[in-house]
Design a protein around this ligand. Sequence first.
Ligand code: FE2
Length: 125
Amino acid sequence: MARVVGFLREHLIGHADWEERVLYPLVDRHAGGGPEAFTASMRLEHRIIARWTDELAREASHREPDIGVFCARAHNLLGLVMAHLEEEEDVLLPVLDRTMTAAEFEREVMNQSGASASGTTGGHR
Ligand SMILES: [Fe+2]
């Protein structure tokens, strides 16, 4: 259980933080901007993923964790993550494909200091 929680926090949530700092603002700009962010629902899904990861961590920290409770929440989380990745691949990234050249993407995203783009731009599947 601790390894599952550690993986989620280290890899998934860390990557979501990068997306919200670097990738999603770029998608929002290229989707037309405006007061309603194009990526608002994706950001909300990140909040849900973090909350459910915290629930897994709490369950795992019990002296006698309930494996049924842990597995049910982990199953929910896996389904959400799979749908989230499809949304990024099929909805968000095509916005950038339509509006940016590869060179522009490299300049705006890949070269930003502290950027960690692993898993984006086609790397989800
Ligand atoms: Fe994401």
